[in-house]
Write a protein that binds this ligand. Structure first.
Ligand code: C2E
Ligand code: MG
Length: 702
């Protein structure tokens, strides 16, 4: 703002020094003085602003302060006082002065702002229509907060009620940047994205509005919710010159509204989302899922026998149980998944980002297990197994309602089948689930029913072309599906924990078979490779089983090679390391299976545990034509030789593959070219031929 032409009224005794300084300030371009306390005749030419000494000279003038200030109209008056006489300044403002300054307590900038403000305010007041003047003066005295801004957003007036609500001291005069920060947060606590939505901005651009809820946020006090009305301010010619807002503190009623809204969205007993909120969240999740083209699952969970728990243990216990169920649900969902209470003992869950549709079963299984565990409610121990229905988007429904309905139908089906289980809505997934369940059920009995069997696949030494060992491969003679390869049932053995007993059976059977062949054909060096699942390496019992088998069969431990396939595991896990160390102490050999396709570090190969590795058949399958695989195979064999590690190539199907492996000095080979895996009786025949000097390779070759 440029400087002002100032008329100084007063004797000057009150502020002699100040008067001298005033002339030198940039905000004062022209200074004239009058000790008579009257406007000079040519005032309209020279005066922007009057500084009135609120000191003894006023008293001497014989006029009341109000009369004096009124007589100076329409010029803006700023009272001048000293800190010790501040009351005089305040009295002057009450009497109509725009502001006051204390000469001993004012900075150059502060003074400049006050002068500007006073001039602008007076200018606007002079332009207001007479109606507006009277309306404004009424507004200023009402209980609502009132703020007046000019067309540039400068705050020209804040009434006492506004200062109280906003916690602004009587002396503080907000600058124009305040327009941007005043109530810039909406009722949800979000910043307005568009400055045109700011309350002061809306008003001064002439918009008339009422009931805008916004939050007044300041570091000194808790958030205040304001309900704001605004409108433009016009001069006598109906030209927009600013805006005025009135507002009141609605924090209390707002808090109640939020509480009511919360109550309308959350279940009072468990604190989970209620039906409305869950459907709303599910609808949003469906939208996300659609955009990502990823499946989404809705689970409908109902507790079996809840009614009888309620009836026998009482409603309070029933309620406490529902709270516990809700807690377990929440604790066992992944971040991003959400749950709700559908009603009574019914809960709903939405799962996102779980990969294949079939994976929802794993999540349902986990929930089934945790919800089935014992509950301690009040002084009772309660068991409540759930029945869970699963509906997958988009197969089972494309809207929240359709999905929930489908999951409900599936839950009912799970109940019909005895409860304590889950069920898909989709027939295709159900068929898969049923097959898996049938297999899992069958696997539990496979051992005692003698349905497992081992096939053996020969391994030959590539220098001598002689059979030197066999790999034991598990098969399951299923009563309905026939002979099943490991791919069909190994994952179930592993996930159900049945792998331990099945694995022990494999070790014992393979070793007994080897001992029998060694004796029968006098082949003391014949070796056997036995596959281990990662889970088996976590159990110390494995070491005992191997030790006992060695004792029982009197086999040379060096003839037994245990194949493990998780290179990563060997690096990190102390427990497994301990088990591997103890296995090696028994004298058995350890081999890394599927080498070249899994993550295996040099560190794990050179850890001293590994005697050999098996090059994966994926590498060998196209080694004739794939240069990269050729290089990998060559490098792996060269590295193994350096580390004194034996290499077996698996999946050898062609003569060219075999020749390539020979050219790389690979130690051993195994594959359909040499022999398919076969029943023990057939192996016996081959061994017989072997000792008669007929090489398997020669027989197998076309
Ligand atoms: P693996 O250890 O890599 O076993 C070799 C697999 O390759 C066997 O499949 C075998 O039949 C197959 N194979 C052998 N030569 C050829 C060939 O020239 N071409 C082709 N295409 N395939 C060939 P299988 O018997 O189905 O076993 C699959 C996997 O199951 C095994 O892979 C092993 O990781 C696992 N496994 C087998 N038996 C057991 C067991 O008793 N316990 C554990 N934990 N895993 C086992
Ligand atoms: Mg193997």
């Amino acid at each position: 703002m440029s400087g002002h032409s100032i008329l100084y009224l007063g004797s000057g005794e009150f502020a002699a020094d100040y008067l001298g300084e005033l002339e030198t300030l940039p905000c004062c371009t022209y200074l004239t003085r009058s000790t008579t306390m009257e406007l000079p005749d040519d005032a309209s030419f020279i005066v922007d602003l009057i500084i009135l000494e609120a000191g003894p000279s006023i008293a001497q003038s014989g006029q009341s302060l109000t009369d004096l200030i009124n007589s100076l109209a329409p010029y803006p008056v700023i009272a001048l006082t000293r800190s010790e006489y501040e009351h005089r300044g305040i009295a002057a403002v009450r009497a109509g002065a725009q502001a006051y300054i204390s000469v001993d307590n004012i900075s150059v900038e502060g003074q400049e702002a006050i002068f500007d403000h006073a001039v602008k305010r007076a200018d606007m007041q002079s332009r207001l229509s007479s109606t507006d003047v009277s309306v404004l003066s009424i507004l200023k005295n009402i209980n609502d907060g009132v703020i007046v801004v000019d067309s540039a957003g400068h705050i020209l007036d804040i009434n006492p009620a506004a200062r109280t609500v906003l916690g602004i001291s009587a002396r503080m005069q907000p600058d124009s940047s305040w327009e941007q920060t005043f109530c810039c947060v909406d009722e949800h606590g979000e910043n307005y994205r568009n400055s045109a939505e700011l309350p002061l901005m809306r008003a001064r651009t002439g918009e008339k509005y009422s009931g805008q809820i916004a939050i007044y946020r300041s570091p000194e006090q808790p958030d205040v919710y304001l309900s704001i009305n605004g409108q433009g301010l016009y001069d006598g010619n109906r030209e927009l010159i600013g805006g005025v807002i009135t507002f009141r503190d609605v924090t209390e009623s707002q808090r109640k509204t939020v509480e009511l809204e919360k109550r309308a969205q959350f279940d009072e007993l468990t604190g989970l989302a209620n039906r409305n909120l869950f459907v709303e969240q599910l609808t949003r999740a469906i939208g996300r899922s659609q955009r990502k083209s990823a499946p989404l699952a809705t689970l409908f969970i109902d507790l079996d026998r809840f009614k009888s728990i309620n009836d026998t243990l009482g409603h309070d216990t029933g309620d406490a149980l529902l709270c516990e169920v809700a807690k377990r649900l929440q604790a066992n969902l992944r971040v991003g998944d959400f749950s709700g209470r559908w009603g009574g003992d019914e809960f709903v869950v939405c799962l996102e980002d779980f990969g294949e549709a079939g994976n929802a079963a794993a999540a349902a299984q986990k929930l089934l297990l945790v919800l089935s565990e014992r509950y301690q409610v009040r002084s009772s121990e309660v068991y409540a197994t759930p029945s869970i229905g699963i509906a997958i988007y988009p197969e089972s429904g494309t809207s929240a309602d359709a999905l929930i309905k489908a999951a409900d139908v599936a839950m009912f089906e799970a109940k019909k089948r005895g409860g304590g289980r889950f069920q898909y809505y989709s027939p295709m997934l159900n068929a898969k689930l049923e097959q898996r369940e049938e297999l899992e059920g069958g696997l539990r009995h496979a051992l005692v029913r003698n349905e497992f069997t081992l096939h053996y696949q020969p391994r030959i030494d590539l220098t001598s072309n002689r059979l030197i060992g066999l790999e034991a491969l598990l098969r399951w003679q299923h009563p309905r599906f026939g002979l099943l390869p490991p791919a069909r049932f190994l994952p179930i053995l592993e996930s159900s924990g049945l792998i331990h007993s099945a694995g022990e059976w494999v070790i014992e059977t393979a070793c007994r078979q080897l001992a029998s062949w060694q004796r029968r054909f006098e082949l003391p060096d014949l070796s056997i490779a036995i596959n281990l699942s990662p889970q088996q390496l976590m159990h110390k019992r494995l070491v005992d089983v191997v030790a006992k088998t060695l004792t029982d069969t009197s086999l040379d431990p060096g003839c037994i090679e245990l194949e493990i396939c998780d290179g990563e595991m060997m690096r990190h896990r102390e427990n497994e390391h301990g088990i591997l160390r103890r296995l090696r102490k028994l004298g058995v050999r350890l081999s890394l299976d599927h080498f070249g396709t899994r993550d295996v570090s040099f560190e794990s190969i050179d850890s001293g545990f590994i005697d050999s590795f098996v090059l994966d058949q994926k590498l060998i399958a196209d080694v004739e034509d794939n240069n990269s695989h050729q290089r990998i195979v060559r490098a792996a064999i060269a590295m193994a030789q350096g580390l004194d590690i034996e290499v077996t190539a698996e999946g050898v199907e062609t003569v060219r593959q075999l020749e390539f492996l020979k050219s790389c000095n690979c130690d051993l080979a195994q594959g359909f070219l040499i022999s398919r895996p076969m029943q023990p009786e057939k192996v016996s025949a081959i061994l017989r031929a072997e000792i008669a000097g007929i090489s398997l390779l020669a027989r197998g070759m076309p």
